[in-house]
Design a protein around this ligand. Structure first.
Ligand code: GLN
Length: 219
């Protein structure tokens, strides 16, 4: 009998890779940093971190893994994109060519302004957690439109900040740069992967000391 897939991969080319790995570790989830073709075999899910989408999209071509990701997605691998990851996954990007085009949304890059317009807030996202979740926006895109079959998880003012299809989750903010594990737990459930209920087991607060997290505290 074929075993259920249980590993979540984090695309390890550029951006907030370590912080996602740290959150998966704290939840007791099996994880793997992925960047070469053979790394994508048998993943239950893939996280595409924030960073710089133009840079990431070039690296996907250099490492020849764009088609590999699309093939794995077609075979059932779930994908979660945070910030730049959302841009890579969007079917439509204002003024630019799309990259993976795996979720029917339209995004606008750098829609809040410059890096200095980064900010933090919080919101209750019912399907993810009953408590308010901390939200960290770093030169984020806005999701401007979604197709009818896309579920909006969070709308703020005139833009959508989180959405999902059956197989793809997108957040324009960075749950990996906060202490909250709720979004990682939610994605694991979407992937059919079990979390270790003792979520403090591996907590060493590493995420607080890495570069992106420091930036989020300053912003
Ligand atoms: N501004 C970046 C881009 O357009 C995204 C920033 C981020 O991932 N925090 O790719």
């Amino acid at each position: 009998m074929k075993e259920n897939k249980s590993v979540i991969g984090v695309l390890g080319l550029q951006g907030g890779v370590h912080e996602h790995l740290n959150h998966l570790d704290r939840l007791g989830i099996s994880y793997r940093r992925v960047k070469d073709k053979e790394d994508f075999e048998d993943l239950a899910g893939l996280i595409i971190p924030g960073g710089e989408s133009s840079c990431l999209s070039r690296l996907l071509n250099i490492f020849e893994i764009k088609e590999v990701i699309i093939a794995a997605y077609n075979q059932g691998m779930k994908i979660w994109g945070t910030c730049a990851g959302t841009i890579l996954l969007a079917k439509s990007v204002v003024g630019e060519e799309n990259c993976l085009g795996l979720i029917d949304i339209e995004v606008e890059r750098n829609s809040f302004g410059s890096q200095l317009d980064s900010f933090k807030s919080d919101a209750v996202i019912k399907v993810v957690d009953n408590e308010p979740l901390p939200l960290t926006f770093i030169r984020s895109p806005k999701i401007l439109k979604v197709a009818e079959d896309i579920n909006v998880l969070l709308k703020i003012d005139d833009y959508i900040a989180a959405a999902e299809s059956d197989n793809v989750l997108v957040t324009v903010f960075h749950p990996e740069l906060t202490e909250s594990l709720a979004f990682h737990r939610y994605f694991a459930t979407k992937c059919g992967v079990k979390c270790n209920t003792n979520e403090n087991a591996n907590t060493d607060n590493d995420w607080q000391n890495c570069g992106w997290a420091r930036m989020a505290r300053v912003a």
